[in-house]
Design a protein around this ligand. Structure first.
Ligand code: RP5
Length: 155
């Protein structure tokens, strides 16, 4: 299984890179693609409908502004969708957040914090780790390292 990372524009790449780096650090395979809900509608539909059959186990969808791609993709697949609201200049990303977070009951999108691409990847890793012991061990080590870092810091 691999993760599908999609984003509404190449301008989202700087933020979404954190998801790629995190997945790299866990050795989790992913594919990445620019897919816009308003600029590339056919591509979005093809991508969402074929995701499960192509071995995608989680989709991370980043978008800014009227960030509808995560919800629309979620409506076309049963693969878990993790939304990343991208910070915007005009409204600071509140627009993106509110576009993603309030999905009506029936079609869930796991919504991260604004620019929360790292946590999106970690959530995908957690989903995969449910059926992958080696990945679970890596996650536990990662958590322990975080804890140790705090405990070993003197101020
Ligand atoms: C959305 O509009 C993208 O996700 C991006 O965050 C935002 C701005 O896109 P560009 O105008 O920079 O391509 O579709």
């Amino acid at each position: 299984m691999k993760v599908g990372i999609i984003m509404g524009s190449t301008s989202d790449l700087d933020i979404m890179k954190a998801a790629m780096d995190t997945l790299d650090s866990f050795g989790v395979e992913y594919e990445k693609k620019v897919i816009s809900a308003h600029r590339t509608l056919d591509l979005m539909c093809e991508y969402a409908k074929s995701a499960r059959d192509r071995g995608i186990g989680a989709i991370i969808a980043g978008a800014g502004g009227a960030a509808h791609v995560a919800g629309v993709v979620a409506g076309m697949t049963t693969v878990p969708v993790i939304g990343v609201p991208i910070q915007t200049k005009a409204l600071g990303g509140m627009d993106s957040l509110l576009s993603i977070v309030q999905m009506p009951g029936g079609i869930p999108v796991a919504t991260m914090a604004i620019n929360g691409a790292k946590n999106a990847a970690l959530l995908a890793v957690e989903i995969f780790a449910l059926s992958d012991k080696e990945l679970e061990t890596k996650l536990k080590e990662f958590r322990q390292q975080q804890t140790d870092k705090v405990l070993n810091t003197t101020i």
